[in-house]
Write a protein that binds this ligand. Structure first.
Ligand SMILES: Cc1cc2nc3c(=O)[nH]c(=O)nc-3n(C[C@H](O)[C@H](O)[C@H](O)COP(=O)(O)OP(=O)(O)OC[C@H]3O[C@@H](n4cnc5c(N)ncnc54)[C@H](O)[C@@H]3O)c2cc1C
Length: 455
């Protein structure tokens, strides 16, 4: 491939836009909705980014489960206004954990009832010992100050949940999900996403007093038709398609000249730029305009790919869940979910659909698939392998940002430099974080306020 043209190379006169947004995922679309003067550039031929859907043989698949939680009242009102309230169903989460051959309610830590007795004992005794230790560390304070919080995820889990819950679920599950050992992860990503029950709740869950919906995602919204991409499409309609250029990948950026280059060589200049591409790729687009310490910080940022299967199923599924966590190492998947259990229109009549997220990212599908199907049958999700109509592998490069020891400082260094050169990098990948669709929408709104504040 020829090298991409440099953004600072002399070329045809550039079109000028006061406000430019790169990327029409949810962050970029929200930025456009909130900044009516901005122009939007999207590399792909469609909007949505990770919040997109594909149709395969009459089935609609999202990029694995994409369940919408809207906590911010204004954002909720905006999304409902743009999409139409009747577009959504409010769904009560059905989510469980499958381990030791049995199902327990989600989250594992407050629902161990039903597991083999020695597993329940380890989890409860571990939680009691952790509680005693934490009480000593707190010494009367309501919470640990940030500098005393364990830096490593495995230490954080053992401190707050105890060794039993750590070893039976938290550590193996997260190692499968992130593709790196739990000791390599920092505790920073999980504070919001991992529910932290009290000791009495852990004990109640161990003896079978069900806790009800716990955590940030007890209910979610889901489109009645068209999968999650229908939300992005309606946001794009509301923002105005005339401002949106699809199939316009940015291949070089010169912050010095406030100019960018599209594939094909077209050059655009701007006053203010919001980018939602991966933070790492944004720095790469700047080439040697990014100072050496910035490039060194960029090299420290890591992310994990996600590999998953879209599975079309003949007939009904044997389990009602929207998603199931599979923490045990012996199975090659860490999560199995069903779109059609949440919304029947996602599969043709008489059929069902599954997504299977694979922890085994290296082995060929031909080796992994028989084990996946064996697992689905053991879970009672499928009655037999004959129900599988197709299993299509999909890959999302750099889907999960890894929160390791370098993450916070390296990310901060990149944002600091981008601030200096007048570029805002936002969204899940632009900010380089682990966050939800709503966070992307909120990031876009904040970025738009910055765009509009241009002198
Ligand atoms: C496997 C998985 C499951 C998830 N499940 C959920 C869930 O259940 N609920 C939930 O709330 N969230 C979920 N999320 C998170 C959610 O997908 C993201 O938070 C959100 O979609 C991020 O939107 P974004 O706009 O920040 O980034 P993206 O969706 O990545 O959008 C960035 C856009 O920029 C474009 N782009 C990139 N580079 C360029 C370039 N050089 N030039 C032009 N355009 C470019 C891309 O094509 C893309 O369209 C999940 C994420 C993953 C990976």
């Amino acid at each position: 491939m020829p090298p991409p043209p440099r953004a600072d190379a002399p070329a045809a006169p550039a079109a000028h836009h006061s406000q430019l947004i790169v990327g029409a995922g949810l962050a970029g679309l929200s930025a456009a909705l909130h900044a009516p003067e901005a122009q939007l550039l999207e590399a792909a031929g469609h909007v949505g980014g990770k919040a997109r859907s594909e149709v395969l043989g009459g089935f609609t698949f999202d990029v694995t489960g994409h369940w919408l939680h809207l906590r911010d009242p204004e954002m909720r009102a905006l999304v409902l206004r743009c999409c139409g309230e009747e577009h959504f169903e409010r769904v009560e989460r059905k989510s469980r954990v499958w381990s030791h051959g049995v199902y327990t309610q989600y989250p594992f830590q407050s629902n161990t009832h039903g597991l083999p007795p020695e597993v329940v004992r380890d989890c409860v005794m571990g939680a009691i010992r952790a509680h005693e230790r934490l009480t000593g560390l707190l010494a009367g304070r309501a919470a640990l100050p940030p500098e005393e919080e364990p830096a490593r995820f495995d230490e954080w889990v053992r401190l707050y949940f105890g060794d039993g819950i750590a070893e039976r679920f938290m550590l193996p599950y997260n190692a499968k999900l992130w593709g790196v050992g739990a000791h390599e992860l920092s505790g920073r990503w999980c504070q919001r996403f991992v529910p932290r029950p009290r000791l009495d709740e852990i004990v109640a869950g161990a003896v079978g007093c069900h806790q009800g919906g716990v955590g940030y995602n007890a209910t979610f919204l889901y489109p009645k038709r068209g999968g999650i991409q229908s939300v992005a499409e309606r946001l794009a309609d509301a923002a105005g398609r005339a401002r949106l250029r699809l199939g316009a990948p940015v291949v070089a950026l010169s912050p010095r000249q406030r100019a960018l280059t599209l594939a094909g060589g077209e050059r655009l200049t701007y006053d203010r730029l919001v980018s939602t591409t991966h933070l790492t790729r944004l720095i790469d687009l700047c080439g040697d305009e990014a100072p050496a310490p910035v490039r060194a910080a960029r090299a420290l940022l890591r992310a994990t790919d996600v590999t998953y299967l879209n599975v079309g199923v003949r007939g009904a599924l044997g389990q009602p869940d929207h998603w199931v966590y599979v923490p045990e190492e012996r199975w090659p998947m860490y999560r199995v979910g069903s779109f059609s259990n949440a919304m029947p229109s996602m599969a043709p009549p008489g059929c069902s659909s599954l997504y299977v997220e694979l922890s085994d990212r290296a082995r060929p599908l031909s080796a992994v698939l028989p084990e996946v199907v064996e697992g689905l049958v053991a879970m009672g999700m499928l009655a037999s392998a004959e129900q599988v109509l197709f299993a299509e592998p999909r890959h999302i490069p750099e889907a999960y940002v890894i929160y390791d020891e370098h993450h916070a400082a390296a990310r901060a260094a990149l944002h600091a430099w981008l601030d200096e050169v007048g570029v805002r990098s936002v969204g899940r990948y632009g900010d380089w974080n682990y966050s939800s669709m709503e966070d992307a929408l909120l990031d876009g709104r904040a970025a738009a306020a910055w765009l509009r504040a241009a002198p």
